[in-house]
Design a protein around this ligand. Structure first.
Ligand code: PGA
Length: 250
């Protein structure tokens, strides 16, 4: 039985002091006995966020990392910096990073390998545009993203990975994918992992849905057999996130 994982993605929101205040106010409500709960926060918020959730079961994640160990890469953040700061998860290849910061499937793969090298759990994002969905190539597209993201990743590593299926047209738009659409692609992703590795790896890997998840849509989405939780943007900046964490108690 896979444990659900509900992760917030704060994107470029919350100053360090606001991050600490928000987590201190909401951490008790966001703890869960049944799901892993993660807040992925801006780099400067990581240290106060780790401090704020100390002693709870909540983990802090980063929103990005660089694939080199160290050196002359002004503005970038290395895996060992994240580890030293207390980070456990890192979002890799979010569609906003692909669109605005020229990330490719190849850089995503390098970052995934770097995350594993340092013991960080990658939350690997994939998903189609509206045009791709309308053209009927969603599953082909997502399979390609997954196959490149997992190049040279071992089965043991893949079992620990988290994949976030996020249709781009559903991100920040308030247009959530239907339960059937989300489950169809998450099932296809699991099948693809089974083809790359084996049935055991496909069964172990956790696949989230992301894109306008709310307290209202979470219960049905997260109850699907191939959806193991969510990557939540806008709603993770509000106390409502606790309701999403406790989607099965509503
Ligand atoms: P959203 O963002 O929940 O605000 O749509 C999800 C994401 O981009 O991870």
């Amino acid at each position: 039985m896979r444990k659900k994982i509900i992760a917030g993605n704060w994107k470029m929101n919350m100053t360090p002091s606001k991050a600490a205040a928000f987590l201190n106010e909401n951490k008790a409500a966001c703890e869960s006995d049944t799901a892993d709960v993660v807040f992925c926060v801006p780099a400067v918020d990581i240290i106060p966020a780790v401090e704020a959730v100390k002693g709870t079961g909540i983990e802090i994640g980063a929103e990005n990392l660089y694939f080199q160990d160290k050196g002359a890469y002004t503005g970038e953040i290395a895996a060992d910096m994240l580890v030293d700061a207390g980070v456990k998860y890192v979002i890799i290849g979010h569609s906003e990073r692909r669109e605005y910061f020229a990330e490719t499937d190849e850089t995503v793969n390098k970052k995934v390998l770097k995350a594993f090298e340092y013991g960080l759990t990658p939350i690997i994002c994939c998903g189609e545009t509206l045009t791709q969905r309308e053209q009927g190539i969603t599953i082909d597209w997502v399979r390609m993203q997954i196959k490149i993201a997992f190049l040279n990743v071992t089965a043991e590593q893949a079992k620990k990975a988290v994949i976030a299926y996020e249709p781009i047209w559903a991100i920040g738009t308030g247009v959530v994918a239907t339960t059937e659409q989300a489950e169809e692609v998450c099932t296809a992703i699991r099948k693809c992992i089974g083809e790359i590795y084996d049935a055991e790896t496909a069964d172990a890997i956790r696949i989230q849905y992301g894109g306008s998840v709310s307290a209202a849509s979470a219960p049905e989405l997260f109850a699907q057999p191939d959806i193991d939780g969510g990557l939540v943007g806008g709603a993770s900046l509000k106390p409502d996130f606790a309701k999403i964490v406790h989607y099965d108690e509503q």
